[in-house]
Design a protein around this ligand. Structure first.
Ligand code: TPP
Ligand code: MG
Length: 347
């Protein structure tokens, strides 16, 4: 038991340290765009990964660094992605919100709230259609549950008994809006019951609890008994994104949650209580520090994307760049375009 918990502690600590360093780099101006941290919620991704096989699938919202890490994306590839480098997991084009790793069966990284839930059902349909016995875990926040895509995704999964577990990571806020202002009920599982599917609801600060409860839902999906909606009550210790003034909750509330519901702290204290030596944890922590420092150095040292790399990854191969209309090497201009079109009979 301690061996497994040690591995989970290691993963949670890695997620936390990667994100703390990402926040630091963001404030130093080295990371652009959005950055949504998962700090405080780590037990959900780690426990869920432990309940599935490497051949199963995960799909997640924009709060996706932890999920990519547990699937197997390296800290290097994640950090390089945040730094916008070609060596990043999405070749630097996705950034924080769009980590995507086909090799590790991680289907993103999606920026539109609720937009990926029907995609999760689609992936589960593929598993059922091809009889692969694989399962899809589809994660989203409390703020996604009033969205149309949520209801469409759940409806299809229920009708077709798809092998999918919908995991609502209820951290009680959608940006700065508390759940009671976005949902008529505080119990998300009532919505699953409305679609006739199995449900479960529990606090997700203790990784061992997450593993056990997720295993039950995954087993149900694998047995062909259809989807489960699991609501996991969790809490994010940082702002919604890096530009969150945090005025919608008190400092006391955050401090209390950190004191009583920090997944890394809970795991650490349990390991010590089970007789794991302080030095063993210190050794793990030191290895993580080295891994994270290496990831930052890797991300920083990679050259920025060249214009040619951007062209190759943004435009379809058949598109000339800059666009040419007459075969000559004249750059496209607004004035030249209609004339060129006319010469070629229009396009
Ligand atoms: C369709 C859509 N509407 C609004 C937004 C802006 N937005 C980004 S995150 C967010 C809050 C979502 O909260 P929740 O689903 O609880 O996830 P959390 O950020 O708490 O993990 C909103 C409204 C968006 N990205 N997509
Ligand atoms: Mg939320």
């Amino acid at each position: 038991m301690s061996e497994e918990l040690l591995a989970h502690y290691r993963q949670m600590q890695l997620i936390r340290r990667v994100e703390e360093e990402a926040a630091r780099a963001y404030l130093a101006g080295k990371i652009g765009g959005f950055l949504h941290l998962y700090i405080g919620q780590e037990a959900v991704a780690v426990g869920s990964e432990s309940a599935i096989r490497k051949t199963d699938w995960m799909i997640q919202t924009y709060r996706d660094h932890g999920h990519a890490l547990v699937r197997g994306t390296s800290a290097r590839a994640i950090m390089a992605e945040l730094f916008g480098k070609d060596t990043g997991v999405s070749r630097g084009l996705g950034g924080s919100m769009h980590m995507f790793d086909a090799e590790h069966r991680f289907l993103g990284g999606h920026g539109i709230v609720g937009g990926h839930i029907a995609l999760g059902s689609g992936a589960a349909f593929r598993c059922k259609y091809l009889k692969t016995e694989e399962v899809v875990l589809c994660f989203f926040g409390d703020g996604a549950t009033p969205i149309g895509g949520f209801h469409e995704g759940l409806t299809l999964a229920a009708i077709w008994k798809l092998p999918i577990v919908f995991v609502c990571e209820n951290n009680h806020y959608s940006m700065g809006t508390p759940m009671e202002r976005t949902n008529p009920t505080s119990d998300v599982t009532l919505k699953g019951a409305g679609y006739g599917m199995a449900t479960d609801r529990f606090e997700g600060h203790d990784v061992e609890v997450v593993v056990e409860r997720m295993k039950a839902a995954v087993a149900r999906a694998r047995r062909g008994e259809g989807p489960t909606l699991v609501e996991i009550l969790t809490y994010r210790f940082r702002g919604h994104s890096m530009s969150d003034p945090g005025k919608y909750r008190t400092a006391d509330e955050v401090e209390e949650m950190k004191r009583t519901r920090d997944p890394v702290k809970i795991a650490r204290e349990r390991l010590l209580a089970r007789g794991v030596a302080e030095e063993a944890l210190a050794t793990i922590d030191a290895a993580i520090e080295a891994e994270v420092a290496d990831a930052v150095a890797f991300a920083e040292s990679a050259p920025p994307a060249t214009a040619e790399q951007m062209r190759q990854t943004v435009l379809a191969p058949s598109v000339a760049y800059p666009p040419r209309f007459d075969g000559a090497h004249a750059p496209f201009t607004v004035d030249a375009a209609p004339q060129a079109d006319a010469q070629q009979g229009g396009r």
